[in-house]
Structures are given as structure tokens and as C-alpha cells.
Write a protein that binds this ligand. Structure first.
Ligand SMILES: [Mn+2]
Length: 562
């Protein structure tokens, strides 16, 4: 019998240590059972935020900003065009306005300016007599532009979280949790997280201690949007930000966010989950910068009342177009990739008409469809702008580095990277990447793996377990919802449900006990399921409320014939 499941995964049980309780196994799998981390993990309360002054340069940055506020100097916040950059920018613009600062903002255009600071924006802000520039979610790789700003008499504070380059800019102050000399206890803040820390320091300096939490809580839902969208690992301080921020979002004080929640069909009376942010809110905010102007997204947060509602509707409209274009390009890319599936270990596709703002999404979708590394490129003038996405077993930055001689520039993370390539180097680059992938990837590497927390018995599935699972939330990047395996289950009463009838609903029977199950989008993936066939199953444990009655429900993820 094959070891592969019906969905094509090989299951890896992370922990079956019978000396540990189920909860202890889950905690150990998340790296917090030992080392005294457990208490903080289970109680990510507001007071667990670290002292912002632990970030190098923070005290000096606060002093400089206070001087600017006192003297009415013009401050410009320059942020990135994605969710992390936009929410981080909103945090500082709104927060500094609250403190009475003369503050304005600039964002780059993805297609015209590209990522980071540019000379054009430095010249322009110098002309309007800017005295202080604060970057958000960008800046650490912009040494030239920061030198230019300082030459023009502008002081610069960098707030960023991106990989530290060899040449560190000569800014007045740098707030970055990953700086070599940094003694900051948590390195994985995102751009919005670092911006939030700066605000925390400013507020700490300005407001009495007993007001601090309430003053700061107003902004923590914005930091949460950036943290989730940028895939900040939901551990340590990010866990505090996201736990508190998702709660705050239910009663958010930002009109625009309220309107966006409504458009996303998210009921603020119900608990908001990181999934809601990742799959509904973030794509709408990102769409602005991808297809049009990121200012629509920023102004959503900065405006009030009806005006903010207009921005929410605008984002919805842009996102609809983004979805339509994504599907169109995805189909074209799939057709190209199909020819490579059998013989290559990396899929590479490009087209003159594809939108650069979408190549990352397309690469991601293709990569998850085929469990393979993928490169998608679009043409711009004499260059290709490329985006790479891939499974954990393939280091994209390492791969690009290996073919560096054909590239103008490249950067990113192991599973998501970007690059620019001169047209004449295209054939060599493709050959180089294909060869590298073939040489580094073995057959077994590419088997898709499903990590399962632990095997459980039917007796373990009860309200106590559900309550325990709840204490591990919010779930998301690097803190996944617990996944369990149960042996020898009979599947019965199978129905196809949902708008497209693509979900499976039914019952699972083990030793006379029955549980309801739902399998989202499983109808197409597992055809020919026979009633009363026996399976090992992998699932999440949760509840479902129907007509006011809440019952335990298993969310089926995968199954294997026994
Ligand atoms: Mn970021």
C-alpha cells in the first residue's frame, strides 16, 4: 500500500510522546513547553509588550521627534506600498498627529518608483522644507537616498525589519530589531510592528502610565494587520500584538477599517481570526498598491466617516479587478507551466502583458497548486521583473545567488524572493535555474509533507480539548492550528454542500461514536469516497453552531485508506 494520502501528502506525526498530555505535545511542537516560555505564550497580555527603549537608538529618536513637534518642523513618513508599510505609515501619521506634530506622508508607486526610497521623492520633500524623514517598512537598503536626504539638511530615522545589507545607511537613527548590535529581545517584528514600537515609546514619554494602555490600544489593530499580512511569525511579541489587536479590531476606532470589515463580511460581534485578515482584509488593502495607487489604502485609515467609506468601496472595486486579472493570468501561466511539469524541478513562466503587481500572487498560487518552486516574470522595457515562490525545502535566495551573474539585482526570503533581469540574459538565467533545481532537489525532497501535531483517540476529542486549543490562538504563520490524526474511522452520510457544491459534509464513526465533519473544497479532490470505507484521517477539532446549537465538528484535512 502506498504511504501517500488521498490528497497526495506524506504524513509526518510531529510528536507521539505518550508521557506528555495532548496540550503538552501541542506546546512542545510550538517550541514553548520548556524554557519558561509557556506562561507568556498562553497569556499574551498587553503588559507583555517589551519596553520600546530596548531598541537601539529609540531614546534618541524619541528626543529628535519631540524637538520636531515642539518646533513645528515638517515631518514626512515614507512607507512601503504593501499592507505592512501602509498600516505602519498610518500608525505614525495618526499617532504623531495625536501628539500635535506637523506630519505628512509619501508612498512609492510600485510600477513607477519600485520598492524603497527614490531620488525623486527626496528632492520633492526637500523642496517643501521637510526637516525630518521617518521611513516605515523600508529604508535599510536605501543608503544612497538617505545620504542625499542628509545632504539636503533632512534628518532621517529608519524604521524597518528587512534583511540588513552590507552597507548600512548613514541615517541619524536606525530602529531595527535585527541590527547586529541590537539587544532587543524579539527579532521578528514586521514593519508595522517597529512603527508601533516607536509610537509606544513616544506615548510612554508623553502620557501618564495609567493612560498608556488605552492610548496605545487604539493603534494595535493597525499593527496587527501589518503583522499578519507580512507573515510575521505569531510568536513572542507578534503574538501579543495579534492577540490584542484582533480583539481591539472588533471595536476599532478607525472608521475606514470598520467599513472594510463590513465589505469583507466580517461581523465585529464575532471573534475576528487571523485568517480573516490574511484572506479577506489584506488582499483588499494590497490591491491598491498592486494595480493602482497605495494612497487609496492609506487614506482608508486616515479619513473619517463617509469619506473613509468611499475608500473602502474603492479598494473593493480594485480588488475585484485584481481577482479577475489574477484568474486570467493564472490560466495563462498554468498552460505554460504544464509543459514543464514532467521534466523540470522548477516552473518558469513569463509574458509581456502580465502585471508586475501580480507576479508574486501568481507564483504563489502556481507553487501551491504543484508543490514546486515557481518563477513568474513580466516584461518592463529592457528587463524582466520576476517573483519567485516555493516550498520550504528549496531556498530561493540561495538559488538566485547561484545564478547571480545574470541578474541586475535580487533579494527576499527563502520562500519568497524577487529580482530584475536584463532581457538578453533570459535564456542563460532560465537554464541556470533549471540546472540548479535539478541538481539540488532529490526525488524525496519534493514529496509534499503534511505535518500533523499528534495522533489522538476518540476519548481525547471533547470540550476540554477545544478549550485548550483555543488558548493557543491566534493561529497563523509559525503557529498553525493543531492538526490531529485518528486511525480507523468510518466515513458515512457524505453530502456535497456549498455554493459550488465543492465542500464535503458527513459523519465519522469510530467505535460507536459519531462526529460531524466538514471538508472544505474537498469534493473535487477526493472523488469516489464509498460509504463505510475505513480511513485514517487528519483533521482540526472545532465547533459548529447551527440553529443556536453548538456541537463539536471535525474539519477534515486529509485521509488515507487503511
Ligand atoms: Mn514588511
Amino acid at each position: 500500500m502506498s504511504d501517500t494520502s488521498l490528497l497526495g501528502y506524506k504524513w509526518q506525526i510531529l510528536n507521539n510522546d505518550s508521557s506528555l498530555s495532548i496540550l503538552e505535545r501541542l506546546l512542545r511542537n510550538r517550541g514553548v513547553l520548556d524554557d519558561g516560555l509557556q506562561a507568556d505564550y498562553l497569556n499574551p497580555t498587553f503588559n507583555k509588550l517589551h519596553d520600546p527603549l530596548l531598541l537601539d537608538d529609540m531614546a534618541k529618536a524619541v528626543k529628535r521627534i519631540k524637538k520636531a513637534i515642539k518646533n513645528g518642523e515638517r515631518i514626512i513618513i515614507f512607507g512601503d506600498y504593501d499592507v505592512d508599510g501602509v498600516t505602519g505609515t498610518a500608525i505614525l501619521v495618526l499617532g504623531l498627529e495625536e501628539l500635535g506634530a506637523n506630519v505628512s506622508y509619501r508612498l512609492p508607486s510600485r510600477t513607477e518608483d519600485g520598492y524603497g526610497l527614490n531620488d525623486k521623492v527626496i528632492n520633492e520633500i526637500a523642496q517643501v522644507d521637510t526637516k525630518l524623514l521617518i521611513t516605515v517598512d523600508t529604508g535599510i537598503s536605501c543608503a544612497d537616498q538617505i545620504a542625499l536626504a542628509r545632504q539636503k539638511g533632512i534628518d532621517v530615522i529608519i524604521t524597518d525589519h528587512h534583511t540588513i545589507p552590507e552597507q548600512i545607511p548613514d541615517a541619524n537613527f536606525i530602529l531595527h530589531p535585527k541590527l547586529d548590535k541590537s539587544s532587543y529581545p524579539f527579532a521578528d517584528l514586521t514593519g508595522a510592528g517597529v512603527a508601533f514600537k516607536l509610537l509606544q515609546a513616544l506615548f510612554k514619554d508623553h502620557y501618564p502610565v495609567n493612560e498608556l494602555e488605552a492610548r496605545l490600544a487604539k493603534y494595535i489593530d493597525l499593527a496587527t494587520l501589518g503583522t499578519i499580512a507580512d507573515l510575521g511569525p505569531l510568536k513572542g511579541e507578534n503574538r501579543v500584538i495579534v492577540k490584542q489587536g484582533l480583539k481591539k479590531m472588533q471595536t476599532t476606532e478607525w472608521d475606514g477599517l470598520n467599513h472594510l470589515l463590513e465589505i469583507c463580511n466580517i461581523d465585529p460581534e464575532q471573534e475576528i481570526e487571523s485568517n480573516h485578515v490574511g484572506f479577506r482584509i489584506a488582499p483588499r488593502i494590497n490591491a491598491a498598491g498592486r494595480l493602482d495607487s497605495p494612497y487609496y489604502a492609506l487614506k482608508l485609515f486616515l479619513s473619517k466617516g463617509d469619506k473613509s467609506k468611499k475608500f473602502a468601496q474603492k479598494l473593493e472595486k480594485i480588488n475585484k479587478e485584481r481577482q479577475r486579472l489574477t484568474e486570467e493570468i493564472l490560466q495563462e501561466a498554468e498552460t505554460i507551466a504544464k509543459k514543464q511539469l514532467k521534466k523540470e524541478k522548477i516552473l518558469i513562466a513569463y509574458h509581456p502583458n502580465w502585471k508586475s503587481g501580480l507576479v508574486g500572487i501568481i507564483a504563489g498560487r502556481l507553487s501551491s497548486n504543484h508543490s514546486m518552486p515557481v518563477i513568474i516574470m513580466e516584461e518592463r522595457n529592457d528587463f524582466y521583473i520576476g517573483s519567485a515562490r516555493g516550498p520550504e525545502y528549496f531556498d530561493l535566495v540561495e538559488a538566485l545567488k547561484n545564478c547571480e551573474k545574470y541578474l541586475e539585482n535580487f533579494g527576499g526570503h527563502t520562500q519568497a524572493a524577487g529580482f530584475t533581469l536584463a532581457k538578453e540574459n533570459l535564456p542563460n538565467f532560465i537554464h541556470c535555474m533549471q540546472t540548479y533545481a535539478r541538481q539540488t532537489l532529490k526525488e524525496t525532497d519534493t514529496e509534499p509533507l503534511l505535518e500533523v501535531d499528534t495522533e489522538i483517540n476518540l476519548q481525547n476529542i471533547n470540550q476540554t480539548l477545544i478549550n485548550q486549543i483555543d488558548t493557543l490562538s491566534p493561529f497563523g504563520h509559525k503557529n498553525s492550528r493543531p492538526l490531529f490524526m485518528l486511525k480507523g474511522a468510518y466515513i458515512k452520510d457524505i453530502k456535497r454542500v456549498g455554493q459550488d457544491r465543492n465542500h464535503l459534509l458527513g459523519n465519522i464513526l469510530v467505535d460507536q461514536t459519531e462526529y460531524n465533519f466538514i471538508g472544505f473544497k474537498m469534493a473535487e479532490k477526493v472523488k469516489n469516497l464509498q460509504e463505510f470505507e475505513r480511513f485514517d484521517i487528519v483533521f482540526h477539532v472545532g465547533t459548529n453552531t447551527y440553529k443556536g446549537v453548538t456541537k463539536i465538528q471535525l474539519q477534515l484535512i486529509d485521509l488515507k485508506r487503511t
